[in-house]
Write a protein that binds this ligand. Sequence first.
Ligand code: PEP
Ligand code: MG
Length: 569
Amino acid sequence: MIEKKGLGVSPGIAIGRIEVFRHSDITISHETSDNPQLEKEAFERASRSVIEGLEAINTDNKVEKDIMLVHKSMIKDPEFRSLVYENIEKRKYNASWAVETAAEKFITLLETSGSEYFRERADDLRYIERLLLTALSGMVSSLSVSEECIIVADYLMPSEIFELNTASVMGICLDSGGRTSHVAILAHSLGIPAILGLGDISSYAVDGDMIAMDGKTGEAVLSPDEDVLHLFRMHKSAEMRAEKSLRSTALLPAETTDGVRIKLLGNIEGMEAIPQAISAGAEGIGLFRTEFLALHKDLYTDEEKKASIYREVAKAMGGYGPVIFRTYDLGGDKIADGMKTDEENPVLGWRAVRFCMARKDIFRSQLISILKASAVSDSVMLMFPMISGSEELKEVLSFLNDVKSECREKGIAFNENMKIGTMIEIPSAAITADIIADYVDFMSIGTNDLVQYTIAVDRGNERISHLYRPLHPAVLRLLRNVIEAGNKRGIPVSICGEIAGDADIVPLLIGMGFRTLSMASHSILEVRKRIRGLSLSSCEKLADRLLSLPDATSIEKELKDFTDGKTRY
Ligand code: PEP
Ligand code: MG
């Protein structure tokens, strides 16, 4: 039995069989081979195994099926195969080198063809190249799992979560990752218990062994004995009872004891999260992280395909309240196929609107899709991520205006009054929120990034996760500055970072003046329950007190005393 403690980032208790995934970089040897026959056989074996892997993907989704067929046909493509053979026979390349060279040649041809359709195929070919090279190097070629299991890995990229058959994943335990990393957010949103920052759990884990995990406390036990299993099972039953009692409040309003109504919205990453948002009583979608669709499927899908997904979301949720589409926040730890990943400081680099303004083809296509969706529901709103100040905002708005003009010329219908907002997640934007507020209809604070940029602590790095303090006085002062700017300029300000879904922090946020909170659907029930036991006057006194304290430790301590009922206001 081995006990480990990490960061509980997505609550829930799971007990099950381990499935281990290890990432190792594929290194391609560029040495010639004097046995072409062996290399050809290796290539054929790898091709067969990739094709079998693709055929094993069990999906009813037509688009996924079509993509799988395209991928299969690429491996079988006679021109691709004959170039691989030529590389092996004439140039004496080993099989991996031969695949790499052949794939790169076709990728370049497709990319330079100038057609959107062929550029899409270049990404497909890149994917196939990776699968073939992985198979040739004898590593795990796919993350798909068919039986119920708990994934243990060194790390997972957000895009890799989509490769998993999430219905079979009972839990996730990773060596690395911070509390508000996107893998954590995604696991929480999908309702999969997850523990990150476990250090070296993947090196102890063995496929098929048992593991018990608690995604709230961060405890994971490999090969648990009967006593430990009994304890985890008891906690699981208690957890299920608590969840049932929370569900009974789903239809009650989120209102304080003195009658202040707080709007609770959902954060989602895809259509599949909508039923959960509705059943938790979400009053709209405060943040749709659209980039996850681009990671999952394809960044270059045409406007109409994207628009139809956005319309579906708007139709499903529009009756409940706003549906806020955030434009692609790609970059950082969200790398879509075909994006360059060679930056030294990706979270300070080519991310979000910076990427979109450099790749206007991608941005334009997404804006048109959102505009098209706005025609079906007044609830559709648009929001830009990572705006650093009014100059950048004005450039982005001007581009949006160009795209709107183009739509008018082409007769594409959209809502001329669609509300446009910006995220406030960079300190420079929070400090100048009064200036920014003049250009937008609403602001939404992304505290996950705001915290990392304000106190210079990488949100995804488990080594410094103890330094990631959302209650740092600098962060609270920025929050206060933004809400005051919004109030002065008469525009609404919400919070859509993870702290909005933290039931212990919510009293402070309400006391500071926030009336709209957007969070993972799984947090809504608990937050609603908490709000129904609070009074505005005590929240305001709490906020005044906490904002007067000098450091995160004393703020956290006084907030805990309030939560535990030791201090009353
Ligand atoms: C945030 O930064 O708080 C936010 C909501 O956006 P994301 O977590 O996707 O960066
Ligand atoms: Mg952010």
